[in-house]
Design a protein around this ligand. Structure first.
Ligand SMILES: [Zn+2]
Length: 107
């Protein structure tokens, strides 16, 4: 056991910096929060595909659906002030299937 390289592993090239991910994620989180807390979706729970579409409509066109989707994954993993229901029916697309949905319950 002489290898001590774990802490000094160089970052592989071509991997986006944490800063870039944080920026997109930050925008997405803010848009999702405002949609669910203030927008027309107050008290409703929406699935990830619907939120990705809605969020992208509110963001700069330079963000791709894929980027917004990645950021949305992060919001679902750590929703913070938003409530995550692991099995719910989306209020927008009303798929018959139960899936994870995000929302802010009415008080
Ligand atoms: Zn939906």
């Amino acid at each position: 056991m002489t290898e001590m390289t774990i802490s000094s592993t160089p970052r592989p090239r071509g991997v986006p910096s944490e800063e870039t991910i944080y920026t997109v994620g930050d925008f997405v989180r803010r848009v999702v929060g405002s949609l669910l807390q203030g927008g027309g979706y107050r008290g409703k729970f929406l699935c990830s595909p619907c939120l990705v579409k809605l969020t992208r409509d509110h963001l700069d066109k330079s963000y791709s659906l894929v980027e917004v989707g990645w950021a949305m994954d992060e919001v679902f993993k750590g929703p913070g002030a938003i409530t995550l229901l692991p099995t719910a029916v989306c209020a927008l697309c009303a798929r018959k299937k139960l899936m994870p949905c995000l929302g802010v319950p009415l008080p």
